[in-house]
Design a binder for this molecule. Structure first.
Ligand code: ZN
Length: 370
């Protein structure tokens, strides 16, 4: 186990110490120069931080992706897309054509790191509602029509960063399919751990901020459950701002030895007021202020894939807006529990957070088409 002692500075006045300590628990800092995943020492530090590769089986208090959509193993099939993409057979149909449209199920990969996503593709079935996707991940896979391929349906199967190393089975059956079982090897990828040490009394008065956590649960968590069978996204995502990454995806955090939230996205360096761009086409599910994450936008990109933007100075979209890739949705700020201007950027499949950089570096649809 490696341990790197680092000190982190508080950037606020005494009156804001409470706020900053809560922020430290969330490790939302965009103002400190960073080497690797930890912040460089600054003078006047009043707290310390260390990093280790020690694994930790912790759950997020505020960002609880352990509960969303993982307890119900039944697949959820969107009824509005059933039967809309299959043309009627004609007498001219050849045996070859029939063969090519034979029921088939496939998976995008049989090996994956935690914090990434798989895709299930089903084609040629007579009744998509009859198809079931059972899986050891406990995620309710929803199959939605692929508008670019006739009689083809795609469903995300995200692998949470909480998932332990091992082999996991996925079985796709029904609807005329020969039962297909896939075994996926999940790697033992380790996420870095940070240990924050702050004054115990102050920590107790801020980390247990029931009002903020209650608001987050009531306002933000319901967004995770929403699902749009329409596909808005098309191709790779873009970063909402151009800037270095100063906090990585999936980091485990402790404050005074107590497990805090996992870092569910990446923190991008950016100056106050920098325009924040929508990472892909989508529909705004939420745009508003919450105490924990400040001015926040959640965009649905289709099939349950969402992007999250936090701590903004101001917002320029509202709930229900349909946005295009690159459209400005707000400005970089430091609202909520944040010590300096930066862009917190996350991505999730419903309630399961995935590495947002994967969406930027790869084309999901190309992956799904394999
Ligand atoms: Zn962040």
């Amino acid at each position: 186990m490696k341990a790197i002692k680092k000190r982190i500075s508080l950037l606020c006045s005494a009156a804001l110490i409470a706020l900053c300590l809560s922020q430290l628990a969330l490790a939302e800092s965009g103002s400190s120069k960073v080497v690797g995943n930890v912040k460089e020492p600054k003078s006047g530090s009043s707290s310390s931080q260390s990093s280790s590769s020690r694994p930790a089986n912790v759950r997020d208090r505020y960002v609880d992706d352990s509960k969303a959509n993982v307890n119900d193993p039944r697949p959820v099939i969107e009824p509005d897309i059933v039967g809309n993409t299959r043309g009627k057979k004609t007498e001219a149909s050849s045996k070859a054509a029939e063969k090519s449209s034979a029921p088939k199920a496939s998976i995008s990969s049989t090996s994956i790191d935690p914090g990434e996503t798989l895709f299930i593709t089903v084609s040629g079935v007579k009744d998509i509602k009859a198809v079931t996707v059972k899986n050891d991940f406990g995620f309710s896979v929803r199959l939605s029509a692929d508008p670019s391929r006739e009689n083809t349906y795609i469903g995300f199967l995200p692998v949470s960063y909480f998932t332990a190393k091992g082999s996991y089975n996925i079985t796709v059956s029904g609807g005329g399919l020969s039962t297909a079982t896939f075994t996926v090897a999940v790697s033992g990828k380790q996420f870095e751990t940070q240990y924050l040490t702050v004054d115990e009394g102050l920590a107790n008065s801020t980390i247990n901020n029931d009002e903020a956590s209650k608001e987050y649960r009531e306002v933000i968590w319901p967004q995770k459950e929403k699902f749009d069978s329409k596909r808005y996204f098309d191709g790779r995502f873009i970063l909402p701002v151009q800037g270095g990454i100063n906090t990585q995806f999936g980091m485990v955090r402790y404050t005074n030895g107590v497990a805090g939230p996992r870092h569910d996205g990446v923190d991008l360096d950016a100056k106050l007021g920098t325009p924040v761009k929508a990472a892909q086409n989508g529909k705004v599910l939420y745009a508003g202020f919450v105490k924990l994450t400040g001015n926040t936008v959640v965009i649905e990109h289709g099939y349950g894939l969402k992007s999250w933007y936090q701590h903004m100075q101001s917002l320029s979209v509202k709930e229900g807006d349909v946005v295009k890739t690159g459209q400005v949705i707000g400005k970089v700020g430091s609202t909520g529990f944040s010590t300096g201007p930066h862009m917190h950027f996350s991505a999730s499949i419903n309630g399961v957070y995935i590495n947002p950089l994967t969406l930027v570096e790869t084309d999901l649809l190309e992956q799904a088409a394999k």
